[in-house]
Design a protein. Structure first.
Length: 209
């Protein structure tokens, strides 16, 4: 599959995402920058003009997810998975095998973990989540980065679905905190955001009760 170059013959240096990358990730290698550009072009060309329920572009959401993972100190694979985390769900022509071939096993696993509509041989989405969290508990942070933006920019089909999601987020935060308890060094932004996020979710759930 040949990736379309939808931003001109090459990356447009005036593109907002490219400018953000230059300012915030100035020391990445040329190889890693090319991988990020490849993922970005794939996301733009695949999601196209797809919008979320609130009318905003899917690209705003996936970029926000990737940037949050960078803020939390996660590596390039997490950043790329953030850009691509909705691509299997939203774009039927993109297969997980292609993600694995182009971006490696780790990125493919995270994209698979985030995809609710295809379980790839696992009996249910819940079992798939359990499978991948046992394989790498840190995958919970890509879920939280996604949910952080979802809650900040609500686009749920109903209030009940929003509350169900808040309960899942609460579990994810508790799981993340249990992981971090064994870390010697924890990113300060991650600590601050998890605390703020947990307070927001608690307030929503208290309002429900």
């Amino acid at each position: 599959m040949k990736l379309p170059r939808v931003i001109g013959n090459d990356i447009n240096e005036n593109d907002n995402f490219v400018r953000w990358l230059t300012v915030n990730m100035p020391n990445i290698t040329a190889e890693d920058k090319n991988k990020i550009y490849q993922a970005y072009i794939l996301a733009v060309s695949s999601h196209g003009l797809i919008c979320r329920r609130d009318g905003t572009s899917v690209m705003i959401h996936v970029e926000a997810t990737a940037k949050r993972l960078h803020r939390w100190g996660f590596n390039i694979d997490f950043f790329i998975a953030g850009l691509l985390h909705d691509i299997i769900e939203d774009c039927a022509h993109i297969k997980i095998e292609y993600i694995k071939k182009e971006f490696g096993d780790e990125v493919a696993d995270m994209v698979n973990f985030m995809s609710k509509n295809i379980n790839y041989g696992i009996l249910s989405y819940e079992l798939k989540v359990d499978h991948f969290l046992k394989k790498n508990p840190n995958y919970v942070f890509i879920r939280l980065a996604d949910q952080f933006h979802n809650v900040s920019n609500p686009s749920y089909s109903s209030y009940d679905s929003f509350i169900i999601n808040c309960r899942e987020i609460k579990w994810n935060i508790e799981f993340a905190i249990s992981i971090l308890s064994s870390y010697e060094n924890i990113n300060n932004n991650l600590k601050a955001d998890l605390y703020a996020f947990s307070q927001i979710i608690e307030d929503y759930l208290k309002a429900k009760s």
